[in-house]
Design a protein around this ligand. Sequence first.
Ligand SMILES: Cc1ncc(COP(=O)(O)O)c(C=O)c1O
Length: 428
Amino acid sequence: MLNIQEVKKRFSIFQNQPDLVYLDSTATSLKPKSVVDKIREYYEEYSANVFRGIYPMSEKATMEFEETRTIVSGFINANSSNEIVFTRNATESLNLLAYSLGRKILESGDEIVTTIMEHHSNFVPWQVLTSEVGAVFKIIDIDEEGYLNLGINNIKDQKSNIKNINQKLKVLDQIITKKTKILALTYVSNVLGTINPIKEIVTQVKKINPKIIVIIDAAQAAPHLKIDVKDLGADFIVFSSHKMLGPTGVGVLWGKEKLLKEMYPFMYGGDMISEVYIDKTIYKDPPHKFEAGTPAIGEIIAFKEAIKFLNEVGMEKISEHEKKLTRIAIDRLTSTFGGEIKIYGPRNVDDHNGIVSFSFGKYHSHDISQILADNGICVRAGHHCAMPLHTRLKLPATVRASFYIYNDEKDVEKLVEGLKKVKKILKA
Ligand SMILES: Cc1ncc(COP(=O)(O)O)c(C=O)c1O
């Protein structure tokens, strides 16, 4: 089990605000002191540009920068650090794929498949691309509990009877065809908390169409679950540093090296270039081919401290801890408020990451979150950049409480107490 008090000591924010109840890590996580110190180290000790200088400060910055790439590569078990492209965030990684890959391979009449539970970042780029090209935009629905409509009820089921699962996954036969060029789906829903059975889905869709490209939005998975890109079998995976204890301004695009090599560059100029002539330009190989201009050097350098922190705590422990808190939160909220509270997403916490989204009575989500904020509790209200999902659920907005390594049962209790106050104030 995690020792939360020890974890909290390593975040300066809790020394500055000891009563902070931060339940919004799905939007962005807090940052440990080691990450902040590393950013300061770069700016105070060797704040030169990377790849360009041959003087010691630039060499040191380049070495630290590339070391992060190696550490990210190890964190997700990539084949090589050449498969790790640094972007600004998961959104940019997905847009890069829509431009550099989508525009290359998609033709009129082709299909892109995504799901109704996507964040706008993994929905709009594909919607725009398909409408530009005259391709078909197909969407996988969810069931009443917030699982993807694949006929799978939970991951345990899938593991216990693979034959049966293969049978169930046949639902994908109706959606994926030989014309489906891309399947882009989230690993974990940022609203429902649903953990999708990515490995099984990838296996099945590649059976139906071996040429399909599978893109996984792991923005809500990389901070919480052990990711092994070789095991998952997808072609591309994206995530953001700022949701996993790292700095803002850093995103990751992992892709199979062969595919990265075949793709168009995304932006032109700076260090993505090898040679330029009046009539032509030769680009560097991936990953640098996709890293035009000066990157967020200090932030990328400090990102490795976040990964070291996660590795030190252990991804299995982190996800166990979050499952436990999710269970406690669902139980406490339903036992206290009964039918007044409606919690979305799977009931089985093995399939439900540490995100608890809910509606509460007839109270408006923004009023609820304002009163919670007045009581020192940070949650998010709104559609959480997942409007198609909220429309599907016939909801204008939800309140979202999300848990991470610095949260404990006391935070859940404070949320329950805060909601009691909400009831009192809004009923008056
Ligand atoms: C599932 C999911 N995908 C993509 C994103 C976009 O991440 P970023 O804003 O870091 O680009 C988010 C952010 O909340 C998310 O939850």
